[in-house]
Design a protein around this ligand. Structure first.
Ligand SMILES: [Ca+2]
Ligand SMILES: [Ca+2]
Length: 349
């Protein structure tokens, strides 16, 4: 009797997990051919190896990370909204210590010093056995990146994105925690993800129990921190108290939320999303089309007040969208595995 009760309980737990995993992978969603755009869009060539993350500065300079898989070559690309016809330019890296044949770039963030105007760029690098945050100074005259530091720690595992809060400090998302057992962590849907804070000398955890936290960014006044909780398909908002985090609220979106960019004046979030999980995984492994979705999320005092789907495509024009940002009536969007697109923003509400 006791044995059959035990078996029933185990069976119930297994069935419940399989059902939850089914919805986590979006097997219940049909591959659709729905598409819409905010205005005319065109592909931006030159990001073979993908364009997983990007950030647009207030002068229109756009830094793009390319090559987030080990079979691609990690590169930082530059696009300038003031000279769009020039297209993408790969920024040469000047470094005496970094092995440039072993670069696997994920999320990035930039910081411009108000006094000196110096631009510091930080990029997550998964080339090699340990994760690093590579620190660069951008040299405008030579359009190059000077490698100035390589930050690592035993507290770093599979990191996804970061947001700088000064030229030296940042918040960073710990996406997966078992580097040698990533498939198992995905299959069991373990919620070991964290947000870490780097104070200039060490990392400490400021949020725990997250399911694959991915994109991260701050409000223009730096009072609120936003995190894409990829696994729970929701955005999280935190109030920044000194450097600690106080949870404000969550917004469930039923789509895999990737990187977040924040419009500097309105504070709107621009979020690259993957509406169908299993198609994203197929895209990463066999290159088949994965749908793209870009959301604009309005905020007020750290709360989410409205969501508009600005762009959607089944993956024929633009696949596996991971990031989007805007500059003077235009949107630039990047992809985990593919090229960027550039759209005119005619309809965004
Ligand atoms: Ca980023
Ligand atoms: Ca990401």
């Amino acid at each position: 009797m006791l044995r059959s009760v035990g078996l029933t309980v185990v069976l119930a737990i297994v069935v419940q997990h399989v059902v939850r995993f089914w919805f986590f992978m979006d097997y219940h969603k049909a591959g659709t051919i729905i598409h819409h755009r905010p205005g005319p869009c065109r592909p931006l060539a030159g990001a073979d190896g993908g364009s997983e993350d990007l950030t647009v500065l207030d002068n229109g300079l756009t830094f793009i990370s390319s090559g987030c898989f080990s079979w691609t070559r990690g590169r930082i690309l530059l696009f300038n909204f003031s000279n769009p016809s020039h297209g993408l330019k790969e920024l040469p890296i000047v470094s005496s210590s970094m092995n440039q044949s072993l670069l696997v770039f994920y999320g990035l963030s930039a910081w411009r010093d108000n006094q000196t105007g110096e631009i510091t760029l930080m990029v997550i690098n998964h080339g090699g056995p340990e994760a690093h945050v590579e620190v660069f100074t951008y040299r405008e005259a030579s359009q190059s990146l000077i490698h100035v530091d390589s930050i690592t720690s035993s507290k770093l595992t599979i990191m996804n994105d970061l947001v700088m809060t000064s030229s030296r400090t940042f918040y960073i998302t710990k996406y997966l925690t078992l580097p040698d057992h990533q498939s198992l962590e995905l299959l069991l849907m373990l919620k070991y993800g964290e947000v870490l804070y780097y104070d200039g000398s060490d990392f400490r955890s400021v949020a725990q129990g997250l399911h694959m936290p991915n994109g991260i960014n701050v409000s223009p006044d730096q009072r609120y921190l936003y995190v894409s909780e990829f696994g729970r398909k929701q955005l999280k908002s935190y109030r920044i108290l000194d450097t600690e985090l106080e949870h404000v609220e969550d917004l469930v979106l039923d789509t895999l939320v990737d990187n977040i960019e924040v419009a500097p004046v309105s504070g709107d979030l621009w979020v690259g999303c993957h509406p169908i999980h299993y198609l994203l995984i197929e895209n990463e492994h066999v290159g088949s089309p994965a749908p793209s979705q870009i959301l604009k999320v309005k905020t007020l005092s750290g709360k989410f007040t409205d969501v508009v789907e600005v762009y959607r495509d089944p993956g024929t024009e633009f696949k596996a969208s991971s990031v989007a940002s805007v500059y003077k009536g235009h949107m630039i969007a990047g992809s985990v595995t593919s090229h960027l697109i550039l759209c005119d923003l005619v309809h965004t509400d």
